[in-house]
Design a protein around this ligand. Sequence first.
Ligand code: OAD
Length: 248
Amino acid sequence: MKLADARAALREARHVAVLTGAGVSAESGIPTFRDAQTGHWARFRPEDLASPGAYFRDPALVWEWYAGRYRDVTRAQPNGGHALLTQLEREKGDGFFLATQNVDGLHTRAGSGAAGGQLVELHGNLTTARCEVCDWTADLPAPDHFTPPPSCPDCGGRMRPNVVWFGEDLPETALAAAATAFAGADVALIIGTSGVVYPAAGLAAEALRRGAVAIEVNPVETNISWQMTFAVRDVASRGLAALLGQEP
Ligand code: OAD
């Protein structure tokens, strides 16, 4: 398949299912998940911080890390890639589905999920916390007024970051919606993900099995590149612009 064919497939598709990963937020200045360990945090592996075991052992340490990421995310702005996905959603309406593994909330801030289609956050959202006792979910206070851990506004219990950690199940409803959308997609777009974390990484395979065209946007080859019908080897904003026929 050539770029012109990929463009045509996307233009003509009634149902488009998109999976995004940390690469989509890289142009907003948020390091990708596997690059995020810098400075003080360089001695920790993501698995050592983003896991129920780590939180059980040292909740203050895990909260400190998430509070730092929350501050960074609040300062960041959605980029051109986020905006083009919102534009595609406007074009496809309820035929558009976006499943993100990102917990930074930037898709929502760019308008995704409110332009006629659907957005699901498969790994949660680090701008919110969830009560360990009663499951109540609440937005975190503004970073300047936030001292972790937050207390539940409903029952007073300790709250944890509202994200999916290694070894935890994904939210059932969100995952089921994503599986349905990818199974029914004409085109699956896989953008800025290394494709190493399942079940999200398996969504493209499901779309392909049902006859969809799968297009990857990523500057480098990934674990799941071999499955793709076509790949745009570029950053998310330029890769999407090329696919939507919007190069400068
Ligand atoms: P990774 O950090 O594993 O991968 C980021 C991908 O983005 C890589 O393939 C990069 O090549 C690509 N990339 C970098 N810059 C890009 C750009 N400007 N445009 C497009 N692509 C770019 O992040 P994820 O695949 O999202 O899970 O990681 C998946 C999950 O693993 C995360 O959600 C997290 C993590 O462990 C949990 O926390 C449960």
